[in-house]
Design a protein around this ligand. Sequence first.
Ligand code: FES
Length: 573
Amino acid sequence: MTDNKKPLRSARWFAANDLRSFGHRSRTLQMGYSYDDFMGKPVVAIINTWSDINPCHAHLRERAEAVKRGVLQAGGFPIELPALSLAEQFVKPSTMLYRNLLALEVEELLRSHPVDGAVLLGGCDKTTPAVLMGATSMNLPAIFMPAGPMLRGNYRGKALGSGSDVWKYWADKQAGKVTDDEWRNMEAGIARSFGTCMTMGTAATMMSLAESLGMTLTGASSIPAPDSAHTRMATATGRRIVEMIEEDLKPRDVLSRASFLNALAVQMALAGSTNAMIHLIAMAGRAGVPLDLDDFDRIAREVPVIANLRPSGAFLMEDFYYAGGLPALLSMLRDHLDLDAATVSGKPLGAAIAGAEVYNDDVIRPLDRPISTAAGVAILRGNLAPDGAVMKPAAAEERLLRHSGPALVFRDYNEMAANIDRDDLEVTADHVLVLQNAGPVGGPGMPEWGMLPIPKKLLKQGVRDMVRISDARMSGTSYGACILHVAPESYVGGPLAAVRTGDIITLDVEKRLLQLEVREAEIARRLAEWTPPDRTFPRGYNRMYAAHITQADKGCDFDFLEGIEPTPEPEIH
Ligand code: FES
């Protein structure tokens, strides 16, 4: 029984003395529960993104049981609600196509069921922003329990990192430096346990940012998935949500501009995934918090990269956890954070991280000994990206941060894939590779094609980085001088559509400039003649998606899901 003065939302289903409530109670009894299990108790939804084909979430069935234990300990009634799993490695063309679908599903699951609050289980890339976006829109008490990173990979005694080392050794294999046998052995050694990618890719970034936003218990985002501490954290999270329901502590009470700016500072210190920029803007939109690309650029100039994690550094998430994990990093960043920002623990951030310490200052560096002097992200603008483009200077070869070179344009991904490794491709290390029609609508779903492969003939010459430009995203585990999220995208007639092979493109990261060196009148003429690719989305989800998706600088949310209009309660009779 709860002391909460506000009546439980679930009482609408269970407490009334009418025909429909008879059904709700009798059908709950049908499942073997007794009245003592559920009557008058806060009902906690456990949104579970487990599936048989999501290795990052393979343990979430067991963790849901651990959450239930905590809910029961605290006097709640847990109900597990499965949701779209969005396994990054398996979902085609891109999980990004479905982030908003999962967000919508979470909102509607919470809306339509007799629940008073929710524990959100996710971690594989898009699942974290999606479940948080849905729960924020519904705005019932909610807490996030991250899936946690997998153990570090191992190949012949060398640590292997998800994604980053795949790209690195694939380039070496293309250059003839890695044999088929070695490649297959790496395949078996790189993913040794359940859990998310263990580099500072999108999953680790978003789990860390969820904690920085105040939406997890302290330390939850860094615990390796197989660690017993992870199970205990799940149980503690289950206990806490029952208290949060009693306190009526909802996502929009936690998420403020201060908490988002804290998250941005952490993203920069981690050199986190560029995908986070899209997700944070969308999440802020659901919370009614103003946030734009200029906020990212400003904070990137203030906060150095201090997490020595791949792809920008040397270590992996397991090392980060042993070094003190996110609370330790937050303690190093104190001067850049608003320590009064709220958290789901009920304490302000400063109190939540009190006592946190760094145990290995090579993994989590002091501010005066950063791993890179280059910014974690830079927002570029110019006639090629009037609404902005994103780059991760810390993950690029320094010589490319100021570069002019001729464009080599691929009209779409298939054209690029068919030609990039041709021996007669006319390309030099100075070329700027351009991929069109890979954005939110054109992809569709803005696939992670932004780290265009270095042409094989250049790989053989030892080239490992080039300037690459697209309206796509790239995996958080990727690296290189890749300019991403160009807005507006080429598919809807953005200036990227006007680039032709041979045009000179200038990149100047210091000046935050991305410029097509073609007269404005000529660009206008080309765009006036431009016609969109012959591609339509005649039915189903793709049709709805294409009609309502916003551009990258706006967070790629659906226009009809943005904002803080209350989600209407269902008619239950
Ligand atoms: Fe799931 Fe990387 S594939 S986190």
